[in-house]
Design a protein around this ligand. Structure first.
Ligand code: Z5A
Length: 211
């Protein structure tokens, strides 16, 4: 059997409550990594472009009601449908910057009252991230950011519960970054963390999440 000698890309996941700046920071990071000569690709969950993603989008925009368990499983299925292409991309040496992943799946569903371990189980075996950047933002600042309150979960009390569950999920490969400051200052901190992670994970095997 031929063993690949191509250094692999890193799986970098951004997590955080709503309006913590994940999308902004993911875009800036991709731009700066590309400028540094890295092969990099941006992904986002939920991926609203697939058939499953369309159902999720209708639910989030409140045009459709679904049982909480059904929604949870749809979010998970939306990640599983991307898994083979993610593996292929990483093995080809491209780093993936991912805006939300399985941790959001657990945090938002458990904040609605579902059992945390039940919520974890459908995502067991996904690719384990090399780094999770957790953006934490002061709740007052969060609510003042653009368009806050337009979607289903954008209520302060709910976001506090989500944040507390994210804290319970943290493991040593997570890095907390305060997202209260300016976009450029936050970006600089993230860029340093991610550059080190990309360097360190090149020859490490891809692992499975929570196995
Ligand atoms: N969800 C779930 O339940 N289960 C799952 O498995 C998954 C998700 C994966 C949609 O997700 C919902 O799905 C989400 C969780 C749930 N809950 N809700 N609602 P989404 O990721 O598609 O949500 P989004 O609405 O696209 O993103 P977001 O989280 O609300 O925002 P963000 O990406 O963290 O922030 P942003 O778009 O970069 O920034 C928001 C605004 O703030 C924007 O105007 C920026 O210019 C501004 N901003 C950003 N950073 C700063 C700083 N540092 N200073 C000042 N202003 C800033």
């Amino acid at each position: 059997m031929k063993v690949s000698t191509t250094p692999r890309g890193s799986l970098i996941v951004f997590e955080g409550c709503d309006r913590s700046g994940k999308t902004t920071q993911c875009a800036k990071l991709v731009e700066s990594l590309q400028a540094q000569g890295e092969e990099v690709k941006l992904m986002k969950f939920p991926d609203r472009t697939t058939t499953i993603g369309t159902l999720i989008n209708n639910y989030l925009q409140m045009s459709q009601e679904l049982d909480d368990r059904v929604v949870h499983l749809l979010f998970s299925a939306n990640r599983w449908e991307a898994i083979e292409s993610m593996k292929k991309t990483l093995k080809a040496g491209t780093t993936l910057i991912v805006d939300r992943y399985a941790f959001s799946g657990i945090a938002y569903s458990a904040a609605k009252g579902l059992d945390l371990e039940w919520c974890r189980s459908p995502d067991i075996g996904l690719i384990k991230p090399d780094k999770v950047i957790y953006l934490s933002v002061n709740e007052q600042i969060m609510s003042e950011r653009a368009n806050y309150g337009n979607e289903r979960y954008e209520k302060i009390d709910f976001q506090k519960r989500v944040h507390n569950i994210f804290l319970q999920l943290q493991e040593p490969y997570w890095q907390n970054v305060s997202a209260d400051g300016s976009i450029d200052v936050i970006h600089k901190e993230i860029n340093t963390i991610v550059s080190e992670t990309i360097r360190d994970s090149k020859v490490k095997p891809l692992l499975k999440l929570w196995t």
